[in-house]
Design a protein around this ligand. Structure first.
Ligand code: PLP
Length: 403
């Protein structure tokens, strides 16, 4: 059809799936092979060790499902809980909401602490609820580390401190789908019991892998857990994984891609990856300030380094900005979900990206906003992000020179 081709690259700035680097695309371009061959464990066994470094754990168990992050949510809960078990969860965005709903569908009772969207987990409230639970009926605390829907990061270490201060034995479950491999995450140090992630964000892969990391305490809880599970049975996975195999056909190209992604993260260095995400997020936030707009995240302590959710002024619809950006500039921005539908648009800045790529997205967002009548000045966001980037680079150089 004439006119249907869209030249140039699509600017993919949704907060997942993220850009898949060419290196990873090439690594995934493999012929299918026998996943029961004697060579297969050479590919798989090192993946678990590398993933443990990403989670920052020594003795926990990592498993890789052919699923998305939602499957990993399900695995974490059904392998450690029994129907009727009580969980404590804070709700402050679409993903914290969906995890709660999934738990309820499995017959779990969830005590929900509602927090304003744009804020995150309140460790004091968690501590209070756990102190009141003198019979230790609450089996676990659910935390979404980075709420992708609102661009809010919560303090997982503070939740661990709250659980310990209450002297409560609850397991700590953490959704790290849009944080792990992009924002600092410390499984062992923070006393996390189950952490989950997916392949399509910080790991720079297509969707298709659901990854779970389980502590020894979580594995002990698995022995009494009566929730029904079949496909997501952790024990089946662990048994097959121990020798480098899977209980069913694995997502082969994705495993090759994962090996490459882990090598790339290793080459850059995890701390540098986190610093890059912080740096880019600072640029995005500088642009928003220059536009005179507000973030959905209410205070700096909630600021996410992987996604910036930007409130559009009253009388405008965020969906129009997104539609214009996509159709006119081939720029994909993230939508407002559920409670914040229409109220915002999101710039995802995680995975494989750099300053100039983000400046392109900021520029496109600026044009799309102008197109729909939002009064932002041409170039204002771009200039603010450029200045932020250069100031930070100069600051770093000055620091190095002084050392
Ligand atoms: N948790 C968070 C924080 C997410 O951002 C997402 C998806 O964007 C999910 C869970 C669900 O993951 P998936 O879509 O891979 O099933």
């Amino acid at each position: 059809m004439a006119g249907a081709r869209r030249p140039g690259r699509n600017f993919l700035f949704v907060p997942g799936p993220t850009n898949v680097p060419d290196r990873i695309l090439r690594a995934m371009h493999v012929a299918m092979e026998d996943h029961r061959s004697s060579d297969f464990p050479k590919l798989t066994l090192p993946l678990y060790e590398s993933l443990k470094r990403i989670f920052k754990t020594r003795d926990s168990q990592v498993v890789i499902y052919p699923s998305s992050g939602t499957g990993a949510w399900e695995s974490a809960l059904t392998n450690t809980c029994s129907p009727g078990d009580k969980l404590l969860a804070s709700r402050f965005g679409q993903f914290s909401h969906l995890w709660i709903e999934l738990a309820r569908r499995h017959g779990l009772e969830v005590v929900v602490q509602e927090e304003e969207w744009g804020t995150g987990v309140d460790p004091e409230r968690i501590e209070e609820a756990l102190r009141e639970d003198t019979n230790h009926e609450i089996k676990g605390v659910l935390v979404v580390h980075n709420e992708t829907a609102t661009g809010v990061t919560s303090d997982v270490a503070a939740v661990r401190r709250a659980i310990d201060a209450a002297g409560h034995p609850a397991l700590l479950y953490v959704d790290g789908v849009s944080s792990i491999a992009s924002i600092d995450f410390r499984f062992d140090e923070w006393g996390v019991d189950l952490a989950i992630t997916g392949s399509q964000k910080g790991l720079m892969l297509p969707a298709g892998l659901g990854i779970v990391c389980a502590s020894q305490k979580a594995l002990a809880a698995m022995k009494d857990a009566k929730c029904r599970r079949a496909y997501f049975d952790l024990a089946d996975q662990m048994k097959a994984n121990a020798t480098g195999y899977f209980p069913y056909t694995p997502a082969l190209p994705l495993l090759h891609g994962l090996r490459e992604a882990l090598a790339m993260l290793d080459e850059e260095g995890l701390d540098n990856v986190f610093a890059r995400h912080r740096h880019l997020a600072d640029g995005a936030r500088a642009a928003v300030r220059a536009w005179g707009l507000k973030l959905c995240a209410k205070e700096p302590k909630w600021h996410s380094n992987t996604v910036t959710a930007i409130l559009v002024p009253h009388g405008f619809n965020g969906a129009d900005v997104i539609d214009r950006a996509y159709r006119r500039y081939n720029l994909a921005l993230g939508a407002g979900l559920s409670q914040v539908a229409g109220k915002l648009f999101r710039i995802g800045h995680l995975g494989d990206l750099n300053e100039l790529m983000l400046l392109g997205a900021i520029s496109g967002a600026e044009m799309a906003m102008r197109d729909v009548g939002i009064d932002v000045e041409f170039g204002s966001g771009v200039a603010a992000a450029q200045a932020q980037f250069q100031d930070a680079a100069q600051g770093r150089e000055t620091k190095v020179a002084a050392e």
